[in-house]
Design a protein around this ligand. Sequence first.
Ligand code: ATP
Length: 201
Amino acid sequence: MLIIGLTGGIGSGKSAVARCFSELGIPVIDADSVAREVVEPGLPALKEIEKRFGTQILATDGRLDRKQLRKIIFSDPQAKADLEAILHPMIRTRMWELANRQTTPYVILEIPLLVETGQNTSVDRVLVVDVPQQLQIERVCARDGMSPQEAATVIAAQISRQRRLDAADDIIENTGTFSELQTQVEHLHRKYLELASHNPA
Ligand code: ATP
């Protein structure tokens, strides 16, 4: 099965692209959803996080108190690194487990930090959703109610647009309408089906 890694900066349109692939019957495995799933009570990740950070990161119902955890790692780079060392391998394993269960010719792994975490080398193709920064800022502000300065700060903390594009095998330019986005996805869908039909795996 062909594995496509879908990535892009904040507000570039990853979810919109993922929806288009889903509508074509292609499974999309989303890193953010898997990240929430692996910290469910009773699963190993939550126990590991509790061991490292103490019961202060548990809410009264025994679930992970994300707000509290965010507060801790915000000002402590070592804590952030420790948390990522616990979570990232578990998220990765679970995503591949889910991917391997699919029976379609290809699957999409939606991973915002695909290039940052080096996972671009583990997938068969890297699909980058790209937008010019000004449009990215406008869309993020409209969606999340951020100020343009706040949006620019988040963008500046991410990997650069150029480095992401350098890792791309395929690029979707999300500067047009949703319907134009859909047309680009349909084009890639045909390409991926064709590639998958030649994929020995
Ligand atoms: P994040 O990185 O925050 O998860 P994302 O990359 O998944 O974001 P989306 O949520 O898909 O991005 O898109 C960001 C915003 O831009 C949303 O409000 C979405 O509806 C809007 N948007 C995406 N594509 C288009 C488009 N082609 N035309 C108009 N609006 C768009």
